[in-house]
Design a protein around this ligand. Structure first.
Ligand SMILES: CC(C)(COP(=O)(O)OP(=O)(O)OC[C@H]1O[C@@H](n2cnc3c(N)ncnc32)[C@H](O)[C@@H]1OP(=O)(O)O)[C@@H](O)C(=O)NCCC(=O)NCCS
Length: 160
């Protein structure tokens, strides 16, 4: 499939809001989603978005967040990933994880840092766990009870 994974540009935001609304239930008001995304976008390089684009349309995105400071041994959180329903299970989610992580590691190397680990929080029954095992070799670490809409599993992928 003709899909490109690249860094987000400001003009992608309306497409990303559509992806959010197709994927998540935490916010239903598109204006609020846009505001949240703009906050994240402006928080570069602490927060970094990448999008999957197909024929000029945003069909997915991923958000990375650096935690605990700009450390020599960097800790990243894969804060959010979503792909439009009609484009799922075609490998786009995997490409978003792997290609954006490569860029994140390039960014960290240029800063003189190394990636220590990636933390991911996901619903205990979310099939996305499989995606994180496959792409990052992430392993379940612990469960937080009743975090967003229910119990959430913390997964960790260690690189150092
Ligand atoms: C999770 C998500 C981003 C995966 O995107 P995708 O483009 O379907 O991912 P891929 O096609 O690369 O699939 C990768 C693997 O994940 C697993 N997987 C992911 N979602 C799945 C689903 N809904 N059903 C079955 N398997 C799924 C599969 O095992 C797949 O491995 P395979 O290629 O061996 O079958 C997408 O399902 C989505 O947007 N879901 C809603 C939002 C969400 O839950 N985000 C994660 C929050 S933590």
């Amino acid at each position: 499939m003709d899909v490109v994974v690249r860094r987000m540009r400001e003009g992608d935001i309306d497409g990303m809001v559509r992806v959010y609304l197709d994927c998540f239930r935490g916010m239903r008001d598109p204006k609020l989603v846009k505001e949240w995304m703009m906050c994240n976008y402006r928080a570069y390089p602490r927060m970094q978005y990448f999008v999957a684009e197909k024929d000029g349309r945003v069909v997915g995105y991923i958000l990375w967040v650096e935690k605990g400071g700009f450390r020599k041994e960097a800790v990243l959180e894969l804060e959010q990933i979503g792909v439009l329903k009609e484009f799922r299970e075609k490998g786009i989610g995997s490409r978003l994880v792997l290609e954006s992580l490569k860029e994140m590691r390039r960014y960290l190397n240029e800063r003189g840092s190394k990636l220590k680990l990636v933390e991911i929080t996901t619903g205990t029954s979310n099939k996305a766990q499989r995606l994180y095992e496959k792409t990052l070799k992430a392993k379940p670490e612990c469960v937080i009870r009743n975090l967003y809409r229910g119990d959430e599993l913390i997964m960790i992928a260690r690189f150092l």
